[in-house]
Design a protein around this ligand. Structure first.
Ligand code: AMP
Length: 416
Protein backbone atom coordinates (compact mmCIF):
# COMPACT_ATOMS: atom_id res chain seq x y z
CA UNK A 1 0.00 0.00 0.00
CA UNK A 2 1.30 3.50 -0.81
CA UNK A 3 2.20 5.53 2.30
CA UNK A 4 1.36 9.20 2.59
CA UNK A 5 4.65 9.88 4.37
CA UNK A 6 6.65 8.69 1.37
CA UNK A 7 4.48 10.27 -1.31
CA UNK A 8 5.55 13.49 -3.00
CA UNK A 9 2.45 15.52 -3.87
CA UNK A 10 4.46 18.21 -5.67
CA UNK A 11 2.51 19.36 -8.74
CA UNK A 12 -0.26 16.82 -8.13
CA UNK A 13 -3.93 17.30 -7.49
CA UNK A 14 -5.03 15.24 -4.53
CA UNK A 15 -8.67 14.44 -3.89
CA UNK A 16 -9.04 13.79 -0.18
CA UNK A 17 -12.08 12.20 1.45
CA UNK A 18 -12.31 13.95 4.79
CA UNK A 19 -14.93 13.68 7.49
CA UNK A 20 -16.15 17.26 7.82
CA UNK A 21 -19.50 16.11 9.17
CA UNK A 22 -19.16 18.58 12.03
CA UNK A 23 -22.03 19.50 14.35
CA UNK A 24 -23.62 22.90 13.61
CA UNK A 25 -25.89 25.06 15.76
CA UNK A 26 -29.15 26.52 14.39
CA UNK A 27 -27.21 29.45 12.89
CA UNK A 28 -24.84 27.17 11.02
CA UNK A 29 -21.91 27.76 13.41
CA UNK A 30 -19.60 24.83 14.11
CA UNK A 31 -19.98 23.66 17.71
CA UNK A 32 -17.12 21.16 17.66
CA UNK A 33 -14.33 21.33 15.06
CA UNK A 34 -12.47 18.18 16.18
CA UNK A 35 -13.02 16.53 12.80
CA UNK A 36 -11.60 19.45 10.85
CA UNK A 37 -8.55 19.57 13.11
CA UNK A 38 -8.16 15.81 12.77
CA UNK A 39 -7.65 16.10 9.00
CA UNK A 40 -5.06 18.90 9.17
CA UNK A 41 -1.84 16.83 9.26
CA UNK A 42 -2.79 15.17 5.95
CA UNK A 43 -3.98 18.37 4.32
CA UNK A 44 -0.93 20.35 5.43
CA UNK A 45 1.47 17.67 4.18
CA UNK A 46 -0.11 17.79 0.72
CA UNK A 47 0.01 21.59 0.55
CA UNK A 48 3.55 21.73 1.95
CA UNK A 49 4.69 19.29 -0.76
CA UNK A 50 3.33 21.69 -3.39
CA UNK A 51 0.14 19.80 -4.17
CA UNK A 52 -3.38 21.12 -4.73
CA UNK A 53 -6.25 19.91 -2.55
CA UNK A 54 -9.73 18.84 -3.54
CA UNK A 55 -11.68 18.19 -0.36
CA UNK A 56 -14.81 16.07 -0.33
CA UNK A 57 -17.09 15.13 2.55
CA UNK A 58 -20.64 14.45 3.52
CA UNK A 59 -22.60 16.34 6.14
CA UNK A 60 -25.66 14.91 7.85
CA UNK A 61 -28.24 12.83 6.07
CA UNK A 62 -29.69 14.76 3.12
CA UNK A 63 -30.81 11.42 1.59
CA UNK A 64 -29.72 12.18 -1.95
CA UNK A 65 -31.33 15.63 -2.17
CA UNK A 66 -29.95 19.16 -2.03
CA UNK A 67 -30.55 20.58 1.45
CA UNK A 68 -29.10 24.02 2.12
CA UNK A 69 -29.05 23.39 5.86
CA UNK A 70 -26.48 20.68 5.20
CA UNK A 71 -24.38 22.67 2.75
CA UNK A 72 -20.64 22.49 3.26
CA UNK A 73 -20.49 26.15 2.18
CA UNK A 74 -21.23 26.85 5.85
CA UNK A 75 -17.88 25.45 6.94
CA UNK A 76 -15.77 26.91 4.13
CA UNK A 77 -14.44 29.79 6.25
CA UNK A 78 -13.61 27.51 9.16
CA UNK A 79 -11.65 25.19 6.85
CA UNK A 80 -9.85 28.19 5.34
CA UNK A 81 -8.95 29.43 8.82
CA UNK A 82 -7.73 26.02 9.93
CA UNK A 83 -5.57 25.67 6.82
CA UNK A 84 -4.45 29.27 6.83
CA UNK A 85 -5.30 29.68 3.15
CA UNK A 86 -8.22 30.57 0.91
CA UNK A 87 -10.71 27.80 0.08
CA UNK A 88 -12.62 27.77 -3.22
CA UNK A 89 -16.04 26.16 -3.24
CA UNK A 90 -17.66 23.93 -5.86
CA UNK A 91 -21.45 24.17 -5.35
CA UNK A 92 -22.09 20.91 -7.21
CA UNK A 93 -19.69 18.10 -6.36
CA UNK A 94 -20.40 16.23 -9.60
CA UNK A 95 -19.83 19.28 -11.83
CA UNK A 96 -16.50 20.51 -10.52
CA UNK A 97 -14.36 19.57 -13.55
CA UNK A 98 -13.51 23.16 -14.46
CA UNK A 99 -12.83 24.30 -10.92
CA UNK A 100 -10.58 21.28 -10.39
CA UNK A 101 -8.76 21.82 -13.70
CA UNK A 102 -7.99 25.43 -12.77
CA UNK A 103 -6.49 24.55 -9.36
CA UNK A 104 -2.86 25.52 -8.92
CA UNK A 105 -0.34 24.07 -6.48
CA UNK A 106 -1.14 25.21 -2.95
CA UNK A 107 -4.80 25.92 -3.76
CA UNK A 108 -7.77 24.28 -2.10
CA UNK A 109 -11.19 23.41 -3.49
CA UNK A 110 -14.01 22.21 -1.24
CA UNK A 111 -16.76 20.22 -2.94
CA UNK A 112 -20.40 20.51 -1.89
CA UNK A 113 -21.93 17.74 0.27
CA UNK A 114 -21.46 14.42 -1.53
CA UNK A 115 -24.70 13.06 -0.13
CA UNK A 116 -26.75 15.57 -2.11
CA UNK A 117 -26.35 12.80 -4.71
CA UNK A 118 -27.90 9.39 -3.90
CA UNK A 119 -25.00 7.86 -5.83
CA UNK A 120 -22.65 8.66 -2.95
CA UNK A 121 -24.30 6.08 -0.69
CA UNK A 122 -25.41 3.97 -3.65
CA UNK A 123 -28.84 3.12 -2.28
CA UNK A 124 -31.88 3.47 -4.53
CA UNK A 125 -34.19 6.23 -3.33
CA UNK A 126 -37.97 6.40 -3.46
CA UNK A 127 -38.46 2.66 -3.77
CA UNK A 128 -39.41 0.25 -1.06
CA UNK A 129 -37.16 -2.72 -0.33
CA UNK A 130 -40.15 -5.04 -0.79
CA UNK A 131 -41.00 -3.63 -4.20
CA UNK A 132 -40.35 -6.30 -6.92
CA UNK A 133 -38.47 -3.65 -8.91
CA UNK A 134 -36.08 -2.97 -6.00
CA UNK A 135 -33.33 -5.36 -7.10
CA UNK A 136 -33.21 -3.80 -10.58
CA UNK A 137 -33.18 -0.31 -9.07
CA UNK A 138 -30.30 -1.39 -6.84
CA UNK A 139 -28.30 -2.70 -9.78
CA UNK A 140 -28.92 0.49 -11.74
CA UNK A 141 -27.85 2.56 -8.76
CA UNK A 142 -24.62 0.59 -8.39
CA UNK A 143 -23.83 1.44 -12.03
CA UNK A 144 -24.53 5.15 -11.55
CA UNK A 145 -22.51 5.05 -8.34
CA UNK A 146 -19.52 3.89 -10.39
CA UNK A 147 -20.04 6.78 -12.83
CA UNK A 148 -20.28 9.25 -9.93
CA UNK A 149 -17.08 7.88 -8.37
CA UNK A 150 -15.35 8.03 -11.75
CA UNK A 151 -16.31 11.70 -12.11
CA UNK A 152 -14.88 12.51 -8.69
CA UNK A 153 -11.72 10.57 -9.54
CA UNK A 154 -11.33 12.50 -12.80
CA UNK A 155 -10.62 15.70 -10.85
CA UNK A 156 -7.34 14.44 -9.40
CA UNK A 157 -4.08 12.52 -9.82
CA UNK A 158 -4.09 10.91 -6.41
CA UNK A 159 -6.70 9.76 -3.88
CA UNK A 160 -6.32 9.95 -0.12
CA UNK A 161 -8.89 8.57 2.30
CA UNK A 162 -8.68 10.28 5.68
CA UNK A 163 -12.33 9.87 6.74
CA UNK A 164 -12.29 7.20 9.42
CA UNK A 165 -15.85 8.08 10.44
CA UNK A 166 -17.16 6.64 7.16
CA UNK A 167 -14.53 3.94 6.60
CA UNK A 168 -17.08 1.22 7.38
CA UNK A 169 -19.19 2.29 4.40
CA UNK A 170 -18.64 1.25 0.79
CA UNK A 171 -19.64 4.62 -0.62
CA UNK A 172 -18.55 6.30 -3.86
CA UNK A 173 -16.07 8.61 -2.15
CA UNK A 174 -14.86 6.20 0.54
CA UNK A 175 -14.20 3.07 -1.51
CA UNK A 176 -15.56 2.90 -5.10
CA UNK A 177 -13.43 5.87 -6.21
CA UNK A 178 -10.27 3.94 -5.35
CA UNK A 179 -10.89 1.68 -8.39
CA UNK A 180 -10.02 4.60 -10.64
CA UNK A 181 -6.52 5.15 -9.27
CA UNK A 182 -3.36 3.08 -9.67
CA UNK A 183 -2.11 1.30 -6.60
CA UNK A 184 0.72 3.79 -6.06
CA UNK A 185 -1.68 6.76 -6.26
CA UNK A 186 -4.14 5.86 -3.49
CA UNK A 187 -3.49 5.76 0.21
CA UNK A 188 -4.72 6.36 3.73
CA UNK A 189 -4.25 9.79 5.29
CA UNK A 190 -2.44 10.28 8.60
CA UNK A 191 -5.63 10.24 10.66
CA UNK A 192 -6.74 6.95 9.13
CA UNK A 193 -3.29 5.47 9.68
CA UNK A 194 -3.46 6.46 13.35
CA UNK A 195 -6.93 5.00 13.76
CA UNK A 196 -5.97 1.72 12.11
CA UNK A 197 -2.84 1.52 14.28
CA UNK A 198 -4.88 2.19 17.46
CA UNK A 199 -7.28 -0.62 16.60
CA UNK A 200 -4.31 -2.92 15.91
CA UNK A 201 -2.96 -2.07 19.35
CA UNK A 202 -6.06 -3.46 21.01
CA UNK A 203 -6.79 -6.34 18.64
CA UNK A 204 -3.32 -7.55 17.69
CA UNK A 205 -0.43 -6.12 19.73
CA UNK A 206 -2.16 -6.62 23.08
CA UNK A 207 -0.20 -5.89 26.26
CA UNK A 208 -1.81 -7.62 29.27
CA UNK A 209 -3.87 -7.32 31.29
CA UNK A 210 -6.43 -6.02 28.79
CA UNK A 211 -9.53 -4.35 30.25
CA UNK A 212 -12.45 -3.34 28.06
CA UNK A 213 -15.20 -1.12 29.37
CA UNK A 214 -18.44 -1.21 27.44
CA UNK A 215 -21.23 1.10 28.51
CA UNK A 216 -23.99 3.07 26.88
CA UNK A 217 -27.66 2.41 26.76
CA UNK A 218 -28.12 -0.97 25.10
CA UNK A 219 -26.47 -4.35 25.03
CA UNK A 220 -27.99 -5.11 21.61
CA UNK A 221 -25.90 -2.49 19.81
CA UNK A 222 -22.68 -3.72 21.44
CA UNK A 223 -23.10 -7.47 21.24
CA UNK A 224 -20.88 -7.96 18.17
CA UNK A 225 -18.00 -6.24 19.94
CA UNK A 226 -18.59 -7.92 23.27
CA UNK A 227 -18.45 -11.32 21.58
CA UNK A 228 -15.30 -10.46 19.65
CA UNK A 229 -13.63 -9.09 22.78
CA UNK A 230 -14.37 -12.22 24.79
CA UNK A 231 -11.49 -13.96 23.05
CA UNK A 232 -9.11 -11.12 23.79
CA UNK A 233 -9.76 -9.39 27.11
CA UNK A 234 -8.82 -10.31 30.66
CA UNK A 235 -11.39 -8.01 32.27
CA UNK A 236 -14.69 -6.91 30.77
CA UNK A 237 -16.63 -4.17 32.52
CA UNK A 238 -20.23 -3.86 31.34
CA UNK A 239 -21.90 -0.73 32.65
CA UNK A 240 -24.38 2.04 31.79
CA UNK A 241 -27.96 1.31 30.83
CA UNK A 242 -27.22 -2.28 29.83
CA UNK A 243 -26.58 -3.02 33.53
CA UNK A 244 -30.30 -3.36 34.07
CA UNK A 245 -30.85 -5.91 31.34
CA UNK A 246 -28.25 -8.03 33.16
CA UNK A 247 -29.80 -7.30 36.57
CA UNK A 248 -33.22 -8.35 35.29
CA UNK A 249 -31.76 -11.45 33.63
CA UNK A 250 -30.40 -12.34 37.07
CA UNK A 251 -33.91 -12.08 38.52
CA UNK A 252 -33.54 -8.57 39.96
CA UNK A 253 -36.13 -5.80 40.37
CA UNK A 254 -35.10 -2.86 38.23
CA UNK A 255 -38.01 -0.40 38.64
CA UNK A 256 -38.24 1.99 35.69
CA UNK A 257 -34.63 1.50 34.57
CA UNK A 258 -33.87 1.19 30.88
CA UNK A 259 -34.07 -2.47 29.83
CA UNK A 260 -34.19 -4.63 26.74
CA UNK A 261 -36.66 -7.31 27.69
CA UNK A 262 -35.97 -9.32 24.54
CA UNK A 263 -32.25 -9.49 25.39
CA UNK A 264 -32.42 -11.24 28.75
CA UNK A 265 -31.26 -14.53 27.20
CA UNK A 266 -28.46 -12.68 25.47
CA UNK A 267 -27.35 -11.24 28.81
CA UNK A 268 -27.29 -14.75 30.32
CA UNK A 269 -25.36 -15.98 27.28
CA UNK A 270 -22.73 -13.25 27.81
CA UNK A 271 -22.36 -14.23 31.47
CA UNK A 272 -21.87 -17.90 30.46
CA UNK A 273 -19.48 -16.98 27.68
CA UNK A 274 -17.30 -14.99 30.09
CA UNK A 275 -17.12 -18.03 32.40
CA UNK A 276 -16.28 -20.34 29.51
CA UNK A 277 -13.52 -18.04 28.25
CA UNK A 278 -12.12 -17.25 31.69
CA UNK A 279 -12.89 -13.54 31.35
CA UNK A 280 -13.34 -11.57 34.56
CA UNK A 281 -16.77 -10.03 33.92
CA UNK A 282 -17.36 -6.95 36.06
CA UNK A 283 -21.00 -5.89 36.27
CA UNK A 284 -22.28 -3.01 38.36
CA UNK A 285 -23.61 -4.18 41.73
CA UNK A 286 -25.08 -0.89 42.94
CA UNK A 287 -26.41 2.19 41.23
CA UNK A 288 -27.60 5.71 41.82
CA UNK A 289 -31.35 5.51 41.30
CA UNK A 290 -33.48 8.57 40.54
CA UNK A 291 -37.20 9.23 40.86
CA UNK A 292 -37.21 11.10 37.55
CA UNK A 293 -35.13 11.21 34.36
CA UNK A 294 -33.66 14.63 35.18
CA UNK A 295 -30.54 16.16 36.67
CA UNK A 296 -32.49 17.45 39.68
CA UNK A 297 -34.26 14.20 40.52
CA UNK A 298 -34.14 12.79 44.07
CA UNK A 299 -31.59 10.01 44.35
CA UNK A 300 -30.70 6.99 46.44
CA UNK A 301 -27.98 4.35 46.16
CA UNK A 302 -29.44 0.85 45.82
CA UNK A 303 -28.35 -2.59 44.60
CA UNK A 304 -28.93 -2.91 40.83
CA UNK A 305 -31.44 -5.69 41.42
CA UNK A 306 -33.40 -3.91 44.16
CA UNK A 307 -34.61 -0.73 42.58
CA UNK A 308 -37.91 0.46 44.04
CA UNK A 309 -40.98 0.89 41.81
CA UNK A 310 -40.97 4.34 40.20
CA UNK A 311 -37.18 4.73 40.43
CA UNK A 312 -34.59 4.18 37.72
CA UNK A 313 -30.84 3.57 37.76
CA UNK A 314 -29.04 6.45 36.10
CA UNK A 315 -25.44 6.05 37.28
CA UNK A 316 -23.04 3.51 38.75
CA UNK A 317 -22.95 3.35 42.55
CA UNK A 318 -19.88 3.63 44.85
CA UNK A 319 -19.24 -0.13 45.17
CA UNK A 320 -19.39 -0.54 41.39
CA UNK A 321 -16.98 2.34 40.96
CA UNK A 322 -14.46 0.61 43.26
CA UNK A 323 -14.80 -2.62 41.26
CA UNK A 324 -14.38 -0.74 37.96
CA UNK A 325 -11.21 0.96 39.25
CA UNK A 326 -9.75 -2.36 40.38
CA UNK A 327 -10.18 -3.80 36.91
CA UNK A 328 -8.83 -0.71 35.16
CA UNK A 329 -5.81 0.36 37.22
CA UNK A 330 -3.52 -2.67 36.60
CA UNK A 331 -4.41 -2.84 32.88
CA UNK A 332 -1.80 -2.37 30.17
CA UNK A 333 -4.36 -2.22 27.34
CA UNK A 334 -7.68 -0.41 27.76
CA UNK A 335 -10.65 0.10 25.48
CA UNK A 336 -13.56 2.29 26.56
CA UNK A 337 -16.79 2.60 24.65
CA UNK A 338 -19.96 4.00 26.18
CA UNK A 339 -20.66 5.90 29.41
CA UNK A 340 -21.44 4.31 32.80
CA UNK A 341 -24.47 6.49 33.35
CA UNK A 342 -26.45 9.42 32.00
CA UNK A 343 -23.31 11.55 32.01
CA UNK A 344 -25.09 14.36 30.17
CA UNK A 345 -26.67 15.16 33.58
CA UNK A 346 -23.86 16.40 35.86
CA UNK A 347 -25.39 14.64 38.85
CA UNK A 348 -25.18 11.27 37.08
CA UNK A 349 -21.71 11.60 35.60
CA UNK A 350 -19.75 10.24 38.60
CA UNK A 351 -19.44 6.68 37.30
CA UNK A 352 -18.21 7.82 33.90
CA UNK A 353 -15.83 10.33 35.50
CA UNK A 354 -14.42 7.61 37.78
CA UNK A 355 -13.80 5.39 34.75
CA UNK A 356 -12.14 8.25 32.88
CA UNK A 357 -9.93 9.04 35.91
CA UNK A 358 -8.90 5.40 36.34
CA UNK A 359 -8.04 5.17 32.63
CA UNK A 360 -5.90 8.29 32.90
CA UNK A 361 -4.08 6.82 35.93
CA UNK A 362 -3.45 3.53 34.14
CA UNK A 363 -2.26 5.44 31.07
CA UNK A 364 0.19 7.38 33.24
CA UNK A 365 1.44 3.99 34.40
CA UNK A 366 2.15 2.90 30.85
CA UNK A 367 -1.12 1.46 29.56
CA UNK A 368 -2.29 2.01 25.99
CA UNK A 369 -5.82 3.42 26.25
CA UNK A 370 -8.22 3.81 23.37
CA UNK A 371 -11.44 5.73 23.91
CA UNK A 372 -13.93 5.70 21.09
CA UNK A 373 -17.43 5.57 19.82
CA UNK A 374 -19.50 8.74 20.08
CA UNK A 375 -20.57 9.20 23.67
CA UNK A 376 -17.41 8.09 25.43
CA UNK A 377 -15.54 10.70 23.40
CA UNK A 378 -18.08 13.33 24.53
CA UNK A 379 -17.44 12.04 28.04
CA UNK A 380 -13.65 12.48 28.05
CA UNK A 381 -14.13 15.87 26.40
CA UNK A 382 -16.62 16.89 29.09
CA UNK A 383 -14.09 15.96 31.77
CA UNK A 384 -11.24 17.66 29.88
CA UNK A 385 -9.28 14.40 29.76
CA UNK A 386 -9.02 13.79 26.03
CA UNK A 387 -5.29 14.60 26.03
CA UNK A 388 -4.63 12.31 29.01
CA UNK A 389 -5.54 9.03 27.32
CA UNK A 390 -3.44 7.38 24.60
CA UNK A 391 -5.88 7.75 21.76
CA UNK A 392 -9.36 9.16 21.22
CA UNK A 393 -10.91 7.73 18.08
CA UNK A 394 -12.85 9.97 15.73
CA UNK A 395 -14.89 7.04 14.47
CA UNK A 396 -18.20 5.89 15.88
CA UNK A 397 -19.61 3.05 13.80
CA UNK A 398 -16.31 2.57 11.99
CA UNK A 399 -14.41 2.02 15.22
CA UNK A 400 -17.03 -0.36 16.53
CA UNK A 401 -17.01 -2.42 13.32
CA UNK A 402 -13.21 -2.51 13.32
CA UNK A 403 -13.24 -3.77 16.91
CA UNK A 404 -15.82 -6.35 15.94
CA UNK A 405 -13.07 -7.64 13.67
CA UNK A 406 -14.71 -6.58 10.39
CA UNK A 407 -12.66 -5.35 7.44
CA UNK A 408 -13.40 -1.69 6.75
CA UNK A 409 -14.19 -1.08 3.04
CA UNK A 410 -12.54 2.36 3.20
CA UNK A 411 -9.27 0.80 4.32
CA UNK A 412 -9.45 -2.26 2.07
CA UNK A 413 -10.16 -0.14 -1.04
CA UNK A 414 -6.83 1.66 -1.00
CA UNK A 415 -4.94 -1.50 -0.14
CA UNK A 416 -6.25 -3.45 -3.14
P1 AMP B 1 -24.85 4.36 23.39
O1 AMP B 1 -25.22 5.28 22.27
O2 AMP B 1 -25.52 3.03 23.36
O3 AMP B 1 -23.36 4.28 23.63
O4 AMP B 1 -25.48 5.03 24.70
C1 AMP B 1 -25.08 6.29 25.19
C2 AMP B 1 -26.19 6.84 26.01
O5 AMP B 1 -26.51 5.93 27.05
C3 AMP B 1 -25.86 8.16 26.68
O6 AMP B 1 -26.62 9.18 26.10
C4 AMP B 1 -26.26 7.93 28.14
O7 AMP B 1 -27.02 8.99 28.67
C5 AMP B 1 -27.11 6.67 28.07
N1 AMP B 1 -27.11 5.94 29.32
C6 AMP B 1 -26.06 5.50 30.03
N2 AMP B 1 -26.47 4.93 31.17
C7 AMP B 1 -27.81 5.01 31.21
C8 AMP B 1 -28.81 4.62 32.15
N3 AMP B 1 -28.48 4.03 33.27
N4 AMP B 1 -30.09 4.88 31.85
C9 AMP B 1 -30.41 5.50 30.70
N5 AMP B 1 -29.52 5.89 29.76
C10 AMP B 1 -28.23 5.65 30.02
Amino acid sequence: MAKIENYNFNGKKAIVRVDFNVPLDENGNITDDTRIRGALPTLKKILADGGALILMSHMGKPKGKVNEKLSLAQIRDAVAKALGTDVKFAPDCAKAQEAAAELKPGEVLLLENLRFYPEEEGKPVGIDKNDPAYEDAKKAMKESQKEFAKTLASYADVYVNDAFGTAHRRHASTAVIADYFDKQDKMLGYLMEKEVKAVDNILKDIQRPFTAIMGGSKVSTKIGIIENLMDKVDNLILCGGMTFTFAKANGGEIGNSIVENDKLDLARHIIDLAKEKGVNLVLATDCVAADDFSNDANTQVVPVGKIPEGWEGLDAGPDSIIAFREAILPAKTILWNGPAGVFEFDNFAKGSKAIADAIVEATDNGAFSLVGGGDSVACVNKFGLADSVSYVSTGGGALLEAIEGKTLPGVAAVAE
